[in-house]
Design a protein around this ligand. Structure first.
Ligand code: CU
Length: 378
């Protein structure tokens, strides 16, 4: 038990005023972004407030990519919901724990220097205490120490989004962190630069649609006959699940909560000429997204927008415990598979989805010159 209580020793610490932080220059020769100034409570109280209704992934709530210099307070309300979810075509179930009822939890978007004001609600129907650790926040275990809520309670946390990037948030209750994370409790906070995304030369990069893909490694216990076990309650599933987790061999690796969640009716839609921003999070385990037949035009592998994006990637790497972002403009219509390019994890365990793209085929980029037929002499 001792190894699980290490978080306790991290303590709460003082929640001191945040010092101004100068963002590093985007690239050589570019001026550094303006520092995020510290504000007093009376100053913060005067800021404009925005209330955001979160939406379920893969969609991302409406947001502006470029905003003015004045920071805002962005209010979110998120309900934690424990529920049994079906995770594959065979009806295998997971006793899931979720932010907002979805896997991953909803993506929250703010701009650098804004204040996130989150009300976290632990529904009375839930059984477990929960909290939230924002990788984009500073202090108190990312806010986890200040957001411990029991079923039937809510708590409100404010933190400053003092640096841009895509950052994972996840539940981190003392003694049960990995279980809550692999049961579904993670999502992404995206902090956009106030003047929007840029390429290494400082040219603006904009997207038509942002999509959220949350990848999860799942550990479902089996019975003596090798069949996946179904549990009536979350608590009942705990002991067996931890046993499977400790072997580090996932039984399922899924995008957005379920094998096939992003195929068929769930496929992501785009048109030729449209630019998508693909936010990919994995709160626990490394992964390597790839778009078959497409590319990452601009990729922030680590998701941190103060670092210049990489160009023309074929596959990119998302470290467990982080979220990355890839920008792509579709040039051809058709169905594109977007998957974890560990192909066993994609095809055998589930980590794959589809983009369905409408538009006119471009023969210049690709053309089948002769259809398959009998072999002729050279
Ligand atoms: Cu939790």
């Amino acid at each position: 038990m001792e190894r699980r209580s290490f978080l306790k020793s991290a303590g709460l610490g003082a929640v001191a005023g945040t010092a101004a932080i100068a963002a590093p220059a985007l690239a050589k020769g570019k001026p550094a972004a303006a520092p995020v100034a510290a504000m007093t409570e009376p100053e913060i109280a005067k800021l404009k407030r925005i209330k955001v209704d979160l939406v379920a992934p893969p969609m991302v709530h409406k947001h502006e990519q470029v905003v003015g210099p004045e920071p805002r307070i962005v209010e979110f309300r998120m309900e934690i919901e424990e529920k049994k979810m079906v995770i594959d075509e065979d009806g295998t179930t997971l006793q899931a724990m979720t932010f907002g009822g979805s896997m991953p939890g909803p993506t929250m978007v703010v701009n650098t220097g804004d204040y996130v004001e989150l009300t976290l609600v632990n529904l009375a129907s839930n059984a477990m205490p929960h909290n939230v650790d924002f990788h984009g926040a500073t202090g108190a275990l990312g806010g986890a120490s200040l957001t411990n809520v029991n079923p039937g309670e809510q708590v409100t946390l404010r933190f400053k989004a003092d640096r841009p990037g895509t950052f994972v948030y996840h539940c981190a209750p003392e003694g049960m962190v990995p279980w809550h994370v692999v049961a579904g409790m993670s999502g992404t906070l995206m902090v956009l630069p106030r003047d929007g995304l840029r390429d290494p030369d400082g040219n603006p990069l904009r997207y038509d649609t942002a999509f959220t893909i949350g990848e999860f490694d799942l550990y479902i216990p089996k019975d003596e006959d090798g069949k996946y076990k179904d549990y009536n309650t979350l608590a009942e599933s705990y002991g067996d699940t931890v046993e499977v987790m400790r072997k580090l061999i996932p039984t399922h690796i899924v995008f957005n909560g379920k094998v096939g969640a992003l195929t068929g009716d769930g496929a992501l839609k785009a048109k030729v000429g449209e630019t998508v921003l693909i936010i990919h999070s994995q709160a626990n385990r490394d992964t390597r997204p790839h778009l078959i037949g497409g590319h990452g035009d601009w990729v922030w592998e680590t998701g941190k927008f103060n670092n210049p994006p990489e160009k023309d990637l074929e596959t990119w790497f998302i470290r467990g415990g982080s979220a990355g972002a890839a920008l792509y403009t579709f040039k051809q219509p058709g169905v594109y598979a977007y998957l974890n390019h560990n192909l066993i994890e994609a095809f055998e365990l589930g980590a794959a989805g589809h983009f369905v793209v409408e538009g006119k085929w471009n023969d210049d980029l690709m053309k089948q010159l002769k259809a398959p037929g009998p072999i002729t002499k050279a």
